[in-house]
Structure formats: structure tokens, C-alpha cells
Design a protein around this ligand. Structure first.
Ligand code: ADP
Ligand code: MG
Length: 256
């Protein structure tokens, strides 16, 4: 779904030149859930914004669903973004003047969707994050956890193929953070590809692969162990058998 080849991003201001990304080669397959980790300032958000077609690389190639993005003009890129990508940010980024319902409806208005379909889609999205009862509220009347659920509803309402989340639990306590991670997992299980920036090793555990960035380049890529076992039924059964075998003798001892 996504492929970058020697991706570079340099920010130039009057005084300094900052290399935010340095020869990043990354592939994300359809249906994957990956995490991007690394210290502050290492280029995580820059990478996510380029993947999300919000920003352009300085050099290198970027393929999104088979299309090399530098070949598209601004309008074509916006079109591609609107239909295919949903964003979730650390600070929720809801529009304060709009109700929950209107916030979630907004991406569909941009897509020019008819009102019946909009209504059905917004209702379904609000239901999927269990916030229907707050449809008429304004963002400021909600807790952080509720606001992030609305933001997730907004991200998924148009049925995107890809969700990009930049520290989605960064402003939440652990209970609400877990809720958000469970929702993202649910979206991934329904087939949506997810790339998430996180500082939290616990959050990264929800994903299948972790990409570690340092100073603008990828230093390591790890597959999460639990997903190895998860994806391999035979291995899982062997593991269960091993546990049963290990426990059996001690039970006999206890009985005796
Ligand atoms: P992270 O998300 O990992 O904290 P960022 O991708 O936001 O890091 O930033 C990477 C580097 O690029 C940092 O050194 C940051 O200061 C710099 N940077 C990011 N955005 C800009 C910008 N718009 N102008 C200049 N420098 C920027
Ligand atoms: Mg960042």
C-alpha cells in the first residue's frame, strides 16, 4: 500500500537547515498495523505527514497505492487523501464550533456525499465508537477520551483504507488510552491499514510491527512477538499444549 525509496525531508529556514528524514525506506502492506517510535524530534510526525499526503518529501520516491505521488498535482493529491486516509491526532483537532455530529459529518461534506448516505454513515461511525448519546454536544463539553473517540469516528466515517494516528493516546489517561487502542485494533481487524506514532511501548504492543526512527532514519524494525504466535495457529496450539503439559504434573503433585 505504501512504499518509500530513499525518502528525504529537509526544512530550511533563514538560519538553519534541519534534516528531518534521511533516506527512509519503508514498506507498509495493506491490512498491517505498524507503530513508529523514537525520541522527540527524530522525524516521526514528518514521516506520518508525508505518508498522509499532507507534506511533500524534499527528495526520494513515495508510492501510495501504486501511484508515485510526486507525479500528482496538489488537487489530485487532495482528492487521493480525502477518499483514502483518515487522521487521528494527539490533540484531537475537533472543530469547537461544530457539534459531535457535525464534526464527524464534515469529511463527507468535503466528498460531496448526499444527505441520506451522510446520515447513515455518521450514525454508524458514532455507534462504532459508542458516542451516539453525545451527538449534539460540542467538543469542549466532552472528556479527552470522548473527544478522541469522536476524532476516530471522523477518521473512519468515509471508509478510509489507511488510518494515520500521531500519538493518539498522548493526552489521555491509561483507561481512555486503552479504549482508543482497542478501537484502532477493531478498525484494523475490519481491514483498515494503520500507521501510528507512539511513545508508549504498551500501545506499540497492539501493532504488528515497530519501526524505530533515530535522527531521521530507520534504525530497527521489530515484529511484535505476540502477533507471531497469533498469526500462526499451529504455533499457538503447540504453545498451549506445552503449558498444559507443564501444569499437569504439578496438579498431580498437589492432589497427592
Ligand atoms: P517528531 O515527531 O519525531 O518529534 P518531527 O517530525 O516533528 O519530529 O520533527 C523532525 C525535525 O524536523 C525536528 O528537528 C523538528 O524541529 C524539525 N521540523 C519539523 N517541522 C518543521 C518545520 N515546519 N520547520 C522547520 N523544522 C521543522
Ligand atoms: Mg511528533
Amino acid at each position: 500500500m505504501i512504499k518509500t525509496v530513499n525518502l528525504n525531508k529537509t526544512y530550511t529556514t533563514e538560519e538553519v537547515e534541519t534534516t528531518a528524514l534521511n533516506n527512509v525506506n519503508l514498506e507498509i502492506k495493506e491490512g498491517e498495523f505498524i507503530s513508529i517510535m523514537g525520541p522527540s524530534g527524530c522525524g516521526k510526525s514528518t514521516l506520518l505527514n508525508i505518508i498522509g499526503l499532507l507534506d511533500n518529501p524534499t527528495s526520494g520516491e513515495f508510492y501510495f497505492m501504486g501511484t508515485e505521488i510526486s507525479k500528482l498535482n496538489e488537487r489530485q493529491r487532495a482528492q487521493m487523501r480525502k477518499g483514502n486516509i483518515g487522521f487521528v491526532f494527539q490533540s484531537f483537532n475537533l472543530i469547537d464550533e461544530l457539534t459531535v455530529y457535525e464534526n464527524v459529518e464534515l469529511p463527507l461534506l468535503y466528498l460531496g456525499m448526499g444527505s441520506d448516505e451522510r446520515k447513515a454513515r455518521v450514525s454508524a461511525a458514532l455507534e462504532s465508537v459508542q458516542i451516539v448519546h453525545r451527538s449534539g454536544h460540542f467538543p469542549q463539553q466532552l472528556s479527552g477520551g470522548q473527544q478522541q473517540r469522536v476524532a476516530i469516528a471522523r477518521a473512519v466515517v468515509a471508509g478510509p483504507k489507511l488510518i494515520l494516528a500521531d500519538e493518539p493516546t498522548g493526552n489521555l489517561d491509561s483507561t481512555h488510552g486503552e479504549e482508543v487502542m482497542n478501537l484502532l485494533t477493531q478498525m484494523n481487524e475490519a481491514g483498515t491499514t494503520i500507521a501510528m506514532v507512539t511513545h508508549s511501548p504498551a500501545d506499540a504492543e497492539y501493532s504488528q510491527r515497530v519501526i524505530h526512527l533515530f535522527d531521521g532514519h530507520i534504525v530497527t524494525e521489530n515484529f511484535i512477538q505476540s502477533h507471531y504466535i497469533h498469526s500462526d495457529k499451529a504455533e499457538e496450539e503447540t504453545a498451549v499444549e506445552a503449558v498444559v503439559e507443564a501444569e499437569a504434573p504439578s496438579e498431580t503433585e498437589a492432589d497427592a
